[in-house]
Design a protein around this ligand. Structure first.
Ligand SMILES: C[S@@+](CC[C@H](N)C(=O)[O-])C[C@H]1O[C@@H](n2cnc3c(N)ncnc32)[C@H](O)[C@@H]1O
Length: 172
């Protein structure tokens, strides 16, 4: 299933980010539309990750566009293992519609935050794209991210979809 957030995120990336030569990591990728979009637009390497049972991608594009498919359940320990296996950090981390407090619970925020903290490079950016829903807990999740990474900015509102950009420092 393709969620609206991932389509909005693709359009925003198209207009605002040069993905050429970047290392991209998509978390909770589902069908992986934003990650694949970055790969087709010149990313150096793109990892699509999700729970192992959710990884059902056709392999036709993977070699040509250097797309790698790998299970990653959010959390500090899994992310350290993932980092060691990949051998590097990521310039661009994507999380599209991954903050679903009703479905995944509040504890999922901490696991997701820890994963970003382990895998985002010092100069990297995280894009969190969310469909706003009543009591979605997004503000609390963003507060946690801010405490972990330092800087967060709302960069787009498109109907009920918001994109927040997070970095380890504030750009002047
Ligand atoms: C609502 S779907 C969004 C899928 C996709 N990013 C999109 O926008 O279309 C949320 C995704 O997060 C993944 N997910 C949930 N909890 C997770 C966890 N603890 N670790 C890794 N992935 C998780 C789910 O398997 C699912 O694919």
């Amino acid at each position: 299933m393709i969620w609206n957030a991932s389509i909005v995120l693709c359009n925003w990336i198209d207009q605002h980010i040069d993905t050429k030569n970047t290392n991209v990591l998509e978390l909770g990728a589902g069908c992986g539309l934003p990650g694949i979009h970055c790969a087709l637009n010149g990313a150096n390497e793109t990892f699509l990750t999700d729970l192992e049972e959710e990884l059902h991608y056709p392999t036709s594009l993977t070699a040509e566009f250097n797309i790698k498919i790998k299970p990653l359940k959010w959390g500090r320990d899994n992310s350290v293992i993932f980092k060691n296996e990949c051998g590097h950090l990521f310039d661009l981390v994507l999380a599209s519609d991954c903050v679903s407090t009703d479905v995944y619970g509040r504890s999922s925020w901490h696991f997701l935050c820890d994963t970003v903290d382990e895998l985002l490079s010092p100069n990297g950016r995280l894009l969190v794209c969310s469909v706003r829903r009543p009591n979605d807990g997004l503000e609390e999740f963003l507060q946690l991210l801010k405490e972990t990474l330092a800087h967060i900015e709302l960069v787009s509102t498109d109907g009920d979809v918001e994109i927040h950009e997070c970095r380890r420092f504030k750009l002047l």
